[in-house]
Design a protein around this ligand. Structure first.
Ligand code: SF4
Length: 186
């Protein structure tokens, strides 16, 4: 069986493919030591989802586990409103709509439609300034859909042993740098 791709890894992979591996290693350690402030805030946003404290409305699904056979993707959705058929991914603060944010939504979307949910709208929500951003469905944005497909193929074929990160700037601001052996030569 192929290795499953975690939804939460998509954004990390875009930053640096090796970070997925180190993310897994650090997960067992004290998160407060290794996560940057913004990441910790983001975690709190998602904890309210995991603990189902966001809403008690029956038409709101929160933090449910989802899986896509086609993409071999697994993870949790953030929020799905069954009434409006809107799938939302919340972030602490959105200043730029990074491709990784969109791909996290796509991954949740593909999992949900495979599981029979009728998802019509995608949305990013910026928690700290209360702003929402509509995102086109993958079938309405061919370029992003192609990028998403390429990303999942690249993750599936990634070779950690032979990977070297050539962008030293990334390594300089990477929380995994103390243990990582995949940074390029200085
Ligand atoms: S230290 Fe560099 S190579 Fe290692 S995970 Fe971070 S960005 Fe990637």
């Amino acid at each position: 069986m192929e290795q499953l791709i975690r939804i939460s890894n998509l954004n990390d992979f875009i930053f640096c493919p090796a970070s997925i591996y180190y993310h897994g290693m650090y997960e067992e350690l004290d998160r407060s030591v290794y996560q940057e402030i913004d990441q910790i805030r983001g975690t709190f946003v998602h904890e309210s989802v995991d603990k189902s404290t966001y809403s008690t409305r029956k038409d709101i699904l929160q933090g449910i586990e989802v899986f896509s056979e086609i993409y071999q993707i697994i993870g949790k959705i953030d929020i799905f409103d069954k009434k409006t058929r809107t799938l939302t991914e919340r972030k602490n603060k959105i200043t730029t709509i990074y491709d990784g944010y969109v791909f996290q939504l796509y991954a949740q979307y593909f999992c949900m439609i495979e599981q029979g949910f009728n998802v019509k709208y995608l949305r990013l929500y910026s928690y700290s300034d209360n702003k929402s951003y509509s995102i086109k469905l993958p079938e309405d944005d061919f370029e992003m859909f192609q990028k998403f497909n390429n990303l999942t193929i690249n993750i599936a074929n990634f070779d950690l042993i032979n990977f070297r990160q050539e962008n030293r700037e990334k390594c300089n601001r990477c929380i995994y740098a103390p243990l990582c052996v995949n940074g390029g030569e200085i």
